[in-house]
Write a protein that binds this ligand. Structure first.
Ligand SMILES: NC(=O)C1=CN([C@@H]2O[C@H](COP(=O)(O)OP(=O)(O)OC[C@H]3O[C@@H](n4cnc5c(N)ncnc54)[C@H](OP(=O)(O)O)[C@@H]3O)[C@@H](O)[C@H]2O)C=CC1
Ligand SMILES: CCCCCCCCCCCCCCCC(=O)[C@@H](N)CO
Length: 364
């Protein structure tokens, strides 16, 4: 430190902490990807299977990935809509001669659906499993949990079957393929260089980071995905020769056909609370999600509010960036001190004005 003092006239008690700070600031900026922009999610020449790919965010993601040069397998139930989606996705191809597109009709809520989808995908793909699987199929049935006119338990089971089990079964089916000893990826030929990882992407919701009234049947299915993802993220360390990366995307409100359906039953207070987060188009959400994946993020958010929420719940979950996530994670409780009070007051205020939620008001 003497030399610093001589040259710059800075006393050691300042130079020491300043140097430490400069080191961490550099580390932070470097880790934030300002100096490097390695693409951690290259898709050109890869085969990607997407569930829920016929509408909304799934279709937008499929079109975007086709533009980036991927071959695609679209999965959902309705064949008519899949046909239409296939035309749009095929038209978006970057190099039509090198990319291939198909669809598989399947209901992700059916027990054991995924093994047969993966078998069909492999048969179509000349014996090779898809390189990336992105589970986007989902639904939401907003309602007040305790309103006796709602069957919230039946709705919760349905949401779990589609949103959680639909993704959980798919992840197990593809991992059985990828992790089988005989499917060990070939060496790259470069010493010390690992083969490119496969990717499983789950699609949760900002509600898996911050729950609000009215989404009782839905939110738990998305929290469950987080729990599964964190578990798999640790389990995959047992297969160093079969690299696989797990990711979870947390969209806010998406202006999709699904949103139109769910808004028909959405409690008024829920509509009011969720206005805090502006709705985005499926294309914008898909684009921001892919950007996060390209940066190598584990928990991928698509808005500033979403990212604050992510840093607010990390617990034992993987960090996108230790320095950033930790520092923001210290700040979020201060924001929550106010936000939670305000939101709870808003809900109580709604009831003061509108009366008991189960008592239907007489038409004016
Ligand atoms: N819209 C929103 O505001 C938000 C949505 N999300 C989540 O993002 C994802 C995409 O949402 P969004 O764009 O609104 O989706 P949409 O509801 O607009 O589209 C859903 C897609 O999934 C398919 N799908 C639905 N159920 C099944 C099933 N049982 N088996 C197979 N495929 C199925 C649909 O096709 P088909 O009906 O033919 O099967 C369609 O392709 C979902 O997981 C959703 O929970 C997260 C945050 C906000
Ligand atoms: C720092 C913290 C500030 C907290 C502010 C809270 C605002 C709450 C916004 C909730 C937005 C919910 C979007 C997802 C909706 C969804 O998943 C469904 N539409 C399913 O289809």
């Amino acid at each position: 430190m003497d030399i610093i003092e001589q040259r710059l006239g800075v006393p050691p008690h300042i130079a020491g902490p300043a140097a430490t700070f400069a080191f961490f600031a550099f580390f932070l900026i470097k880790k934030m990807g300002l100096f490097t922009n390695t693409n951690h999610f290259p898709v050109e020449g890869k085969t990607i299977l997407i569930t829920g790919a016929s509408e909304g965010m799934g279709l937008a993601a499929a079109i975007l990935l086709a533009k980036k040069g991927a071959s695609l397998i679209l999965v959902s139930r309705n064949v008519g809509r899949l046909e239409e989606a296939l035309v749009k996705v095929t038209a978006a191809a970057r190099s039509p001669s090198k990319q291939r597109f198909t669809y598989i009709s399947a209901d992700v809520s059916e027990p054991n659906y995924a093994d047969s989808v993966i078998a069909q995908a492999i048969a179509w793909n000349a014996g090779a499993a898809p390189d990336i699987v992105w589970c986007i199929a989902g639904l939401s049935s907003p309602m007040l949990w305790a309103d006796p006119t709602n069957d919230s338990i039946a709705a919760t089971r349905r949401n779990m079957d589609v949103n959680f089990f639909g993704s959980a079964e798919m992840s197990r089916a593809i991992l059985k393929e990828w992790l089988a000893p005989e499917n060990k990826p070939k060496d790259t030929g470069v010493i010390g260089q690992k083969p490119e990882p496969k990717h499983i992407v789950f699609t949760a919701s900002m509600l898996a980071l911050f729950a609000i009234v009215g989404y009782g049947p839905y939110t738990p299915s998305k929290w469950a995905l987080r729990g599964l993802a964190d578990t798999l993220n640790m389990e995959l360390r047992m297969y160093p020769d079969h690299p696989v990366k797990i990711h979870v995307v947390y969209p806010g409100t998406i202006t999709s056909p699904g949103l139109e359906r769910e808004n028909k039953t959405k409690p008024q207070i829920t509509l009011e609370l969720e206005k805090e987060e502006p709705a985005e188009s499926p294309e914008t959400v898909a684009e921001r999600a892919v950007k996060g994946l390209e940066k190598g993020q584990y928990n991928v958010t698509v808005s500033t509010l979403g990212d604050l929420m992510r840093c607010g719940i990390l617990g034992g979950s993987e960090r996108n960036n230790w320095v950033w996530d930790t520092v923001v994670g210290w700040v979020v409780p201060v924001i929550y001190f106010f936000v939670i009070r305000i939101m709870n007051a808003q809900v109580a205020g709604w009831a003061r004005v509108n009366g008991h939620p189960h008592v239907k008001k007489a038409a004016a």
